[in-house]
Design a protein around this ligand. Structure first.
Ligand code: SF4
Ligand code: SF4
Length: 103
């Protein structure tokens, strides 16, 4: 976390006008994305909606001939679940793991 020149506080890519008051009580979550590649139709919604830039289009094709997403930056996944929610074909599952509890 660091302060920007405009006084806002930056935390892991997100700018706040102040840190959340309960920041120390919020556990740090690591998300794990599982893609069922053969359900994918290559629409790219999951890639577009991921706020952390975790996903990218795979150069490989699935059984239907589409390019599914691949997990390019797994360490950046916050487990927000946007990709799972926007997938029209239920091809994505997100699992959350608590990796740090700030006391
Ligand atoms: S769970 Fe959130 S951060 Fe992780 S890949 Fe999906 S949209 Fe991106
Ligand atoms: S949103 Fe679903 S169907 Fe579309 S590219 Fe992503 S995994 Fe494939």
């Amino acid at each position: 976390m660091g302060n920007r020149s405009d006084g806002r506080v930056r935390s892991e890519g997100t700018a706040f006008w102040r840190p959340p008051l309960d920041l120390q009580q919020i556990p740090k979550i690591q998300g794990h994305v599982v893609v069922d590649v053969d359900l994918c139709k290559g629409c790219g919604y999951c890639i577009e909606f991921c706020p952390a830039g975790v996903l990218a289009t795979s150069p490989k094709r699935n059984r239907k001939g589409y390019h599914p997403p691949e997990v390019l930056h797994p360490e950046k996944c916050t487990g927000c679940g946007f990709c799972q929610r926007v997938c029209p074909d239920f091809a994505i599952t997100v699992q959350k793991e608590i990796v740090e509890v700030r006391a």
